[in-house]
Design a protein around this ligand. Sequence first.
Ligand code: RTP
Ligand code: MG
Length: 141
Amino acid sequence: MALERTLSIIKPDAVAKNVIGEIYSRFEKAGLKVVASKMKQLSKDEAEGFYAVHRERPFFAALVEFMSSGPVMIQALEGEGAVLKHRDLMGATNPKDAAPGTIRADFADSIDANAVHGSDSLENAAIEIAYFFPATDVYSR
Ligand code: RTP
Ligand code: MG
């Protein structure tokens, strides 16, 4: 497996639940290292830009509204097979379908307020990391 980076966001619902540390702990136990990190409340423009691929989807307005509703915790994670490993830790998009022990099964309330975001491919991971972090703010280790 190759060393990869992926972009992770702890969404406003999970930040409000005070489980940032609990979620970081799951990343660390799975061998993923935090190599960049910041807390930020996204503007609507920033949320729209980030989720631009979903612009035509019926849930887009609700998604942008939710993602800009409170501070989020944004991090780049590094490790072997980081993209898929992180998606496995997250669980399915709808928490009703998420496997027991996954982040979404344990902390998500609904398909909208679903606790975390993770890049879905290596290509998108590079785009998403660059969206939030200049290369000088990513500390490979
Ligand atoms: P994310 O991008 O946030 O990591 O989530 P994902 O890959 O698991 O799901 P994606 O298809 O990329 O959808 C992005 C976010 O939009 C909301 N969504 N709502 N009501 C719906 O049918 C629906 N489908 C998606 C979810 O909050 C999802 O995380
Ligand atoms: Mg997605």
